[in-house]
Design a protein around this ligand. Structure first.
Ligand SMILES: Nc1ncnc2c1ncn2[C@@H]1O[C@H](COP(=O)(O)OP(=O)(O)OP(=O)(O)O)[C@@H](O)[C@H]1O
Length: 304
């Protein structure tokens, strides 16, 4: 059929231009090379042809990328380019947004998460999330940690459990201690576990939220601007923690702070305006020698 020619009479000329483009953004072929990040080890996530719409607004376009396990992947890019939308696709949090429509494939350990029959509670247990502003429950520090495992039926505590002799009090103590230690908060709160979490500083609250996410034994932790509401000292603690956690967990972090991405991540994906993934590579490569001119302009602060 000659439909293509009719629809785009300049197609031949365009093709010629593409072939002569060296570092141009018009070459789809080059673009896909820039996002074809090769790494050793297994992918935790395999994302293929992912598109997201909010009503008529096409927020993410044909995103394909593998995310390696037990490492830190940073998602960077200007405001509104779709970083949070992408992050929410990894544990299907977009399902909660009525206007959101997701098309494409996201596999976790090789198994499709966008298919009928996926247990979303189980998925979100495996893929935990920490948000931009610390949001502890207005409960004791201890209860913030034990809430998730209790909800998932992994911990029996409370009056009924005590009355029926199935109280997991000791297990709870161990879990609270382990999670708070993992989140580098134990030493600061061990003597006040029954105090309300709202009384903690912002940085402590955010580490408590990380401890809360860890308490349900996730494999992946998604973080959306986890330090943007914190002062430099608290930010530095969160950054150290992220690097430490990546020894055992797969961490995917959205950040506006490019120095932070450079400091903490192993690989960086750069999204640009309109919801396109433009380049994805080792963090050193992205920050020292990116392929895309637009990525270089963004990183050097020429726009965004
Ligand atoms: N719940 C929603 N309903 C409608 N549109 C949305 C919703 N969430 C995001 N969008 C739109 O989708 C696009 C991508 O937004 P998203 O929040 O994913 O970008 P972002 O890169 O994370 O931005 P920021 O860095 O400012 O947080 C934007 O145009 C935004 O307005």
């Amino acid at each position: 059929m000659s439909n293509t020619t009719q629809a785009n009479p300049n197609a031949e000329e365009a093709n010629e231009n593409e072939q002569t483009t060296v570092v141009g953004e018009t070459s789809e072929e080059l673009k896909s090379e820039w996002v074809d990040y090769q790494f050793e080890g297994d992918p935790k996530f395999t994302v293929e042809d992912l598109n997201v719409w909010y009503g008529d607004d096409h927020a993410l376009h044909d995103i394909s990328m593998d995310i390696p396990e037990k490492s830190v992947t940073a998602l960077i890019g200007p405001s509104g380019c779709g970083k949070s939308t992408f992050l929410r696709c990894l544990n299907r949090m977009n399902d909660r947004i009525k206007a959101a429509n997701v098309d494409g494939s996201v596999k976790l350990d090789g198994r499709e998460i966008y298919q009928d029959g996926v247990d979303l509670v189980e998925l979100r247990k495996r893929v935990g999330q920490v948000f931009q502003s610390p949001n502890p429950f207005p409960k004791s520090i201890r209860k913030n940690i034990s809430y998730g495992p209790r909800k998932h039926g992994d911990l029996n505590t409370g009056l009924l459990a005590r009355l029926t002799g199935r109280d997991d009090g000791e297990k709870e103590e161990a879990l609270v201690e382990r999670s708070l230690k993992q989140a580098a908060l134990w030493d600061e709160v061990k003597d006040r576990l029954d105090d309300n979490a709202i009384g903690l500083s912002g940085g402590q609250q955010q580490r408590l939220c990380i401890a809360r996410a860890l308490a349900t034994d996730p494999e992946v932790i998604l973080m959306d601007e986890p330090a943007s509401a914190l002062d430099p000292v608290a930010t530095s603690k969160i950054e150290d923690l992220i690097v430490e956690l990546s020894e055992d967990y797969t961490v995917v972090v959205v950040t506006h702070n490019m120095q932070q991405a450079a400091r903490i991540s192993d690989q960086t994906a750069v999204f640009l305006t309109g919801g396109y993934l433009v380049e994805y590579d080792d963090t050193d490569k992205i920050f020292e020698n990116p392929e895309s001119q637009r990525v270089e302009d963004y990183i050097t602060g020429k726009f965004g």
